[in-house]
Design a protein around this ligand. Structure first.
Ligand code: ZN
Length: 830
């Protein structure tokens, strides 16, 4: 018997009976028979959960079917189990098709049964949910009582673990040090930050990823969920002080049909409360967990038509933990509560089956007809075709349909970036999203420029801010997460929303006007890559890495009949080996970059030419990202993901200790997440002064480390809002941007007066800066006008580029990637 089990038993002040749903089919084995321990007595590894899931399904093949829907980043299979009565399971594919019809606004809700989706363990160290899945699955398969009756009228899709990589990382570490101690400061509660399990491989919090849809787990699960179109989606978490289930408090996203959501969270919440009270279990509801940001599982699934619900249990992460009042909280208790609430929801959904299906069908019909979107009928985006293609792909991950259109005229276009409204001619290749589609609510939530809070919610926040002594006013601002995310701003695209959706002709996706190597004319002088998209600078990086030598213009040039703006990349024959063209063309072909032969090197106007000193030589990039304990892993993880999966740029993950003692001489650029400790003197500072480029993802750090002096300003903390900022046209950090106005995210209150700013907020106090999300009246704009966003600080012969807000955050701000790549690749040019 493992030590943890022996110790665990001592804490059981209460027993939790998992077998009250009888009679049971004895041919289905209880999980403890397979595992050798009972629910919550220790933490289960992924492969052992797999053994239990497979054995349970094998014992009742007419009631359950395993569906592998994907693979985690580290290669673990992602799977769900569909469970129902034998009669329903025999027609499972037909039921899925009936739901597909309902999702398209068609079909008959009376001819099918509702689907309840139960999700476990998106946060890998909220371990009660992982353990619960095995006893929930057992009960669904083996019970011949009320649960079996419910399954005559419903299908359950159970996901035993959404984030297997995070869970395994945590549990391997925890089990290796666990002795089952409940002491508050027991060693087994001290997990090094690199071994924590909440996030996935790249350290993304995947319960925030349903706006960026960046992570493989997110994309694969969401696609599988859309294939089924569940009416109820439970997402089981931990660990809070007492069990939570919906209804949720305000604010609720305005694209959620609030009346339907309130009706069903109330009904399912009361059923859960009743089940808890019958077993003497505590809970709370209607507090803390809002429903505004669409990046959560509960909100995003609600926007697709489900009643999405977060369940938070108390026990978990450790086998046992002593509370402040001396009582002991166990993993077993956490498991028991999730188990109880999941079964309560399944039973209640089955009871309300036709009603919940009818409500769902109505929601989808209103989406497909366009009625749900009101005056927000269409969004049109224009810009570099490569950026538009990435936007189209992104919307596809969210289940949102979009298309490229022939040139067309729109009578009623509202500009996202100004107050201009009226007729607009859109060029061929514009990206069009019509809201009359099954995912209308999701499309609108992701795309609309502003966000919309309930008036009573706003009043409560403003009253508290103004110090009103209303006893019911919240103690602190009730924004649970960010409030601005609108995708056209996040991508920094020109965009319009339209009140009507006249017919437009779809065109095949353009392969863009990219000229690949084989089609290219030759030049004895050299070649230019115009910089309008991240693909261009990434092609340049590839060529530099392969030994091609190139430069970047810092002044506009006119060569032959062509104008080249500052920021154009130049590769001249004189500076390169004989075979450089082949390498260069290959890099451009692979990345989809435009390249053109130079017809002349003679300056037609001005004095600047490829041979002039105004062209800075680019250094072969040798990039490092600081990682490890003490650093902000979410920041370095986001950059890790971007470098590996989006930019596909090689880099060295560097330990934080290397900054003070290591050999930094081999790097052209070192990226520093917050939390890194260094000093303005010593190894890192010397390396900067001798020509290194540091990129700080948190400029407050640069201030603390005394690399720059910024004058602080007062302002109330912001809940992730999008503002308009201006790029300094003289700065290399703005190369590649068509417009010098850019949308930037701002959270917290790091307001500093701009000096040496490459991106800052307009000084003119008459101009409104807000683009999307929440700002404090008579406060935020005062703090922001004239404040800094991106600093370029000279340090000896090197420089420190410092972002006031992390451009890699949640991989949500593609519009900032060119500035980030400029800092890493152009920053070291000289
Ligand atoms: Zn959680």
């Amino acid at each position: 018997m493992p030590a943890a089990l022996l110790a665990g038993l001592l804490f059981f002040g209460r027993t939790f009976d998992f077998y009250t749903e009888g009679p049971y089919d004895s041919s289905v084995p209880r999980p403890e028979k397979i595992l050798g321990y009972g629910p919550g007595e220790r933490h289960t590894f992924y492969h052992d959960q797999e053994r239990v899931v497979d054995a349970l399904i094998r014992s009742a093949p007419n009631r359950a079917k395993k569906i592998v829907y994907g693979t985690s980043v580290e290669g673990r299979p992602l799977r769900v189990v569909a469970v129902s009565s034998p009669a329903n399971l025999a027609r499972l594919d037909q039921i899925r098709k009936e739901h597909e019809d309902l999702a398209q606004g068609k079909g008959d809700p009376n001819k099918t049964v509702p689907i309840v989706w139960i999700n476990e363990c998106i946060h890998g160290d909220e371990t009660a949910s992982f353990e619960t899945s095995m006893w929930t699955l057992y009960t669904l398969l083996a019970s011949r009582g009320d649960v079996a009756k419910a399954l005559d009228k419903a299908v359950v899709i159970l996901n035993p673990v959404y984030n297997p990589d995070g869970h395994e990382r945590y549990v391997v570490y925890y089990n290796s040090i666990s002795g089952g101690s409940a002491a508050p400061d027991a060693f087994e509660g001290m997990v090094p930050s690199t071994a924590t399990g909440r996030a996935n491989h790249y350290r993304f919090d995947m319960n925030r990823d349903r706006v960026a849809f960046s992570q493989p787990e997110t994309r694969q699960e969401f696609a599988e969920m859309l294939r089924w179109g569940p009416q109820v989606y439970i997402d089981q978490h931990g660990q809070v002080a007492s069990y939570f289930f919906p209804p949720e408090p305000m604010s609720v996203n305005s694209n959620v049909d609030r009346a339907r959501n309130a009706k069903w969270t109330e009904r399912l919440g009361r059923a859960t409360a009743k089940a808890f009270e019958a077993k003497g279990l505590g809970y709370f509801t209607k507090e803390d967990f809002d429903f505004y940001y669409p990046g959560y599982l509960d909100t995003s699934t609600t926007l697709t038509g489900a009643i999405g619900m977060t369940h938070e249990t108390d026990g978990g992460r450790r086998v046992a933990r002593e509370r402040e009042d001396g009582s002991t909280l166990t993993l077993t208790q956490g498991v028991f509560k999730h188990f109880t609430s999941a079964l309560a929801v399944v039973k209640e959904t089955a009871k309300g089956g036709q009603d919940i299906l009818a409500d769902y069908a109505r929601f989808k019909r209103r989406a497909v007809s366009g009625e749900a979107a009101g005056k927000f009928r269409r969004v049109v985006m224009t810009g570099d075709p490569r950026e538009l293609s990435r936007m189209k792909e992104h919307l596809g991950y969210a289940g949102v349909e979009s298309r490229f259109a022939q040139a067309f005229n729109q009578p009623d276009a509202h500009d996202y970036w100004s107050t201009a409204t009226g007729p607009q001619n859109f060029p061929a290749g514009s990206l069009v999203v019509d809201m009359s589609q099954p995912q209308a609510a999701m499309a609108k939530a992701l795309l609309e420029p502003g966000q919309d809070f309930e008036p009573e919610f706003i009043k409560a926040q403003v009253d508290r801010f103004k110090g009103t002594k209303d006893p019911d006013a919240p103690d602190s601002a009730e924004f649970y997460d960010i409030t601005g995310w609108s995708l056209p701003y996040a991508y920094n695209l020109k965009a319009w929303w339209c009140e009507t959706a006249p017919v437009v002709t779809t065109v095949q996706e353009r392969s863009s006007s990219v000229i690949v190597g084989s089609q290219l004319g030759k030049s004895t002088i050299g070649y230019a890559i115009r910089y309008t998209d991240q693909a261009d600078i990434l092609a340049v990086a590839d060529a530099l890495l392969k030994g091609v030598r190139g430069g970047v213009t810092t002044k506009a040039m006119r060569l032959g009949t062509n104008d080249y703006p500052a920021g154009t990349f130049l590769f001249v024959a004189e500076r390169n080996d004989d075979d450089y063209e082949k390498t260069l063309f290959e890099a451009c072909g692979k990345r989809g970059a435009r390249i053109e032969p130079l017809s002349s090197a003679y300056p037609e106007s001005t004095r600047y030419s490829p041979g002039s000193g105004s062209v800075m030589a680019l250094r072969k990039p040798s990039l490092a990202v600081v990682m490890g304990n003490g650093t902000n892993l979410a920041q370095s993880g986001a950059l890790w993901y971007l470098m590996e999966r989006v930019f596909m740029l090689p880099f060295t993950p560097l330990s934080s200790g290397a900054l003070n003692g290591g050999n930094l001489g081999r790097f052209s650029c070192v990226v520093l997440p917050s939390g890194v400790s260094t000093a303005s003197s010593g190894g890192f500072a010397d390396w900067l002064r001798s020509g290194g480029v540091g990129v700080a993802l948190d400029a407050e750090w640069a201030v603390r480390e005394s690399f720059t002096k910024l004058e602080p300003r007062k302002g109330e903390s912001l809940p992730g809002t999008l503002f308009r900022a201006e790029i300094d046209p003289a700065s290399f950090l703005g190369y590649g941007y068509a417009s010098k106005t850019i949308a930037v995210p701002f959270s917290g209150s790091p307001f500093f007066t701009a000096k040496d700013s490459a991106i800052s907020f307009d000084k003119d106090e008459k101009k409104s800066l807000l683009l999307s999300g929440w700002e404090w009246p008579d406060d935020t704009e005062k703090a922001l006008h004239g404040a800094a966003f991106l600093q370029d600080i000279s340090v000896g012969r090197g420089r420190l580029v410092a972002f006031l807000q992390d451009p890699t955050e949640r991989a949500m701000w593609p519009g900032l990637y060119k500035a980030l790549l400029n800092s890493m690749i152009v920053g070291s040019a000289g």
